[in-house]
Design a protein around this ligand. Structure first.
Ligand code: RIB
Length: 335
């Protein structure tokens, strides 16, 4: 049977209260007593059960972070930023991967609530406002990440994806491209729709330019590769002369498809722009032009906002929107 605080107290010949002080406020206990208690802890293999303590405190020392796809380095960077800021505040981040699945997302929200998370950061798939309102009413604050919450009543930290889509398409137009294709999937996800909207705005500013929307099955490297293969299967004359993919993972996949056959040269025959500026973008076989998002900063800022709201729920909600930045590399500029 696991050793209890009582066992430790008995072996160290101190009261249960002293053991608790050694664990929580060691500065209040004489050094010799602290040492005696630690010796008893080691001898008995005592491990503190934090659940009961957290239950009494009303909140655990963890923040739940739910992202769309943990395989996407954009989200891992975001999580890293959140983790750093949480650690600076003696908290930890628990990562939940919704995998673009609303049931899984709902299960994580339930779990984090049951575990009395200090708060929740979420990149939702669809509209989860009602569920988050209930969580907040029960004492768990939430902040939207990578998604604007302007009309949701929740604070949010995101990037202006319409501006990002505009930057990408305008850059391609400035390179003289006129048959642009936007490759995306799951258009119900706000980022995907906003980037398309931005690209559309840029294309409508140029008379002879067109924008085709190519729908892939998902947002991964493999989905990008399949989309690239479908483009290659078309006659050369009906192919776009530029591609803008909703994220870098897909751009890497498209690039694989195009480069492996050698039938299309990037950027000479087809220019390519991705989104996120993950590390793989600059390391790709043809370095990728990309729209950079400050992923770490999104995560760390979201934790700061969450902690301020946890400390004072009456604070006014904030909508923080970072501006994206175009990073031009070889995949979109002819030499
Ligand atoms: O999940 C889709 C995309 O949204 C990610 O690749 C990242 O760009 C995020 O903003």
């Amino acid at each position: 049977m696991a050793a209890s605080v009582r066992d430790v107290a008995q072996l160290a010949k101190v009261s249960v209260g002293t053991v608790s002080n050694v664990l929580n406020r060691p500065d209040k206990v004489a050094p010799a007593t602290v040492e005696r208690v630690h010796r008893a802890i080691d001898e008995l293999g005592f491990v503190r059960n934090d659940a009961a303590r957290q239950l009494r405190a009303g909140r655990s020392k963890t923040i739940g972070l739910i992202v769309l796809d943990v395989r996407n380095p954009f989200f891992t960077e975001l999580a890293r930023g959140a983790e750093d800021e949480a650690a600076a505040n003696q908290l930890a981040v628990i990562l939940g991967n919704s995998d673009d699945d609303s049931d899984r997302e709902a299960a994580y929200l339930d779990l984090f609530e049951e575990q009395r998370a200090h708060g929740i950061l979420i990149t939702p798939i669809g509209d989860v406002t009602e569920r988050l309102e209930r969580l907040r009413a029960h004492g768990t604050p939430a902040v939207l990440v990578d998604r604007s919450g302007a009309d949701s009543g929740f604070s949010s930290v995101s990037v202006d994806d319409i501006a990002g889509g505009y930057l990408a398409a305008r850059h391609l137009l400035e390179q003289g491209r006129r048959r642009i294709a936007y490759i995306g999937a799951q258009f119900e996800i706000r980022q995907v729709a906003d980037r398309l909207e931005g690209a559309r705005r840029a294309v409508t500013e140029v008379d002879d330019a067109t924008l085709e929307v190519i729908s892939a099955e998902g947002l991964t490297v493999l989905d990008g590769r399949r989309a690239g293969e479908r483009i290659l299967a078309r006659p050369a004359t009906s192919r776009p002369d530029a591609l803008f993919t909703v994220n870098d993972l897909m751009a890497v996949g498209v690039l694989q498809a195009l480069v492996m056959t050698g039938a299309v040269r990037v950027p000479d025959d087809m220019a390519l722009v991705g989104y996120d500026d993950i590390d793989f973008a600059s390391a790709a076989v043809v370095p990728l032009t990309s729209v950079r998002q400050p992923s770490r900063l999104i995560g760390s800022t979201a934790v700061s906002v969450l902690l301020e709201e946890a400390a004072d729920p009456s604070l006014e909600r904030r909508t923080i929107v970072f501006q994206p930045e175009l990073v031009v590399r070889a995949s979109s500029v002819r030499h």
